[in-house]
Design a protein around this ligand. Sequence first.
Ligand SMILES: *Cc1c(COP(=O)(O)O)cnc(C)c1O
Length: 417
Amino acid sequence: MSKQSDIKTLHEQYVMPTYAPGLALVKGRGATVWDADGNKYLDFLAGIAVTNVGHCHPRLVRAIRRQAGRLMHVSNLFYNTLQPRLAEALSKRSLGGKCFFCNSGAEANEALIKLARLWGHTQGRYEIITMRNSFHGRTLATLTATGQAKVQKGFEPLPAGFVLADYNDLASVQAAVNDKTVAILVEAVQGEGGVRPARPDFIKGLAELCRRKNLLLFFDEVQCGVGRTGRWFGYQRYDVEPDAFSLAKGLGGGFPIGAIVTSPKLADVFQPGNHATTFGGTPLACAAALAVMDIIEDERLLDNARVMGEAFMESLKKVAAKYPFIREVRGAGLMVGLVLNQPAKELEALLRKHGLIALATADTVIRFLPPLNIRTADVRKAARIVDKACAEWLTQLAKPGPDDQSARFKHLKLNRD
Ligand SMILES: *Cc1c(COP(=O)(O)O)cnc(C)c1O
């Protein structure tokens, strides 16, 4: 028996089956990970946009080790030296207001939701407009904000106060506004929703609508923030200034931390007693996030994300032209989607077989989220693996099988455009 199957057996006995994991990974370095049986993979998922400076970056490891030996946690009943420094680093790179720290993306979005409600309370406004195909987390409020029925099913009754509109469709958002509306929450690039960047006219329109109707404009930057799109934050690709945004995933480079960052307008809406968290913004978490931000700056990873993202998309487009089942390559920076005209799970498995980790999302999209310090050689290698896996898939699809795969292939060819 392989070591991986031992791990799997123990896991299945004692861990709730909320996921169906594939590999048992035991070691990582940069953009490479190893499984328990010694197989090596190029990691173009980065823990779903989390290990943005690569696995075990020496500076990040050193910062965490050092702080762990000095002071890990004091609670927010005490000042700690690193929390205000991290807040300053985030504020100065964005909205110029204040931050609240928590531990995850869902919690960060909860904080945005509570902030909007408290701000709108005296006017009796509480409804938040979110987008179809969005993803905002798995708590009751954030799964209600999430525009996907599959995450809500079975958990009804859902909390009140959320209204859905269509992403990239300004008229549908306008139609959703009423006298109870307090805020609009949007992703600059929908990640789970299939790597869909927002159109500039849509974001501009939202900002204009918010100004006219006195609504708050919030961005969920949990996945597309912290350098992922080649800017510090995804909204900075557009000429708008939101009222606040949420962060998590990449902020700690693998250490759990979430945050909201506000403009000065909302900086003092929360007062003592309004919102709280035991773990948010511990010295240890802040040391990790500060190290991540220093690394991004010192190693010029925003530029790297832009340049490598473009290079990767260019090579994928060349690959795409060869295969009838690829519909489109889209993305922003190092958030890249390969859009198929059929379910992507089989291709995800073939990529893995050839040593590349990426994730099928929104059913028909392969999502690539490599670390922001990825190099040209690895980008080329990943594109070669995609080509190889697609070639193998094409052969499989063309082969007449027991479930009549050839019929499927004919259907594919017809659907080419
Ligand atoms: C992952 C994600 C979340 C949820 O973050 P958790 O840390 O899993 O709670 C929220 N919004 C977006 C855009 C995400 O990608």
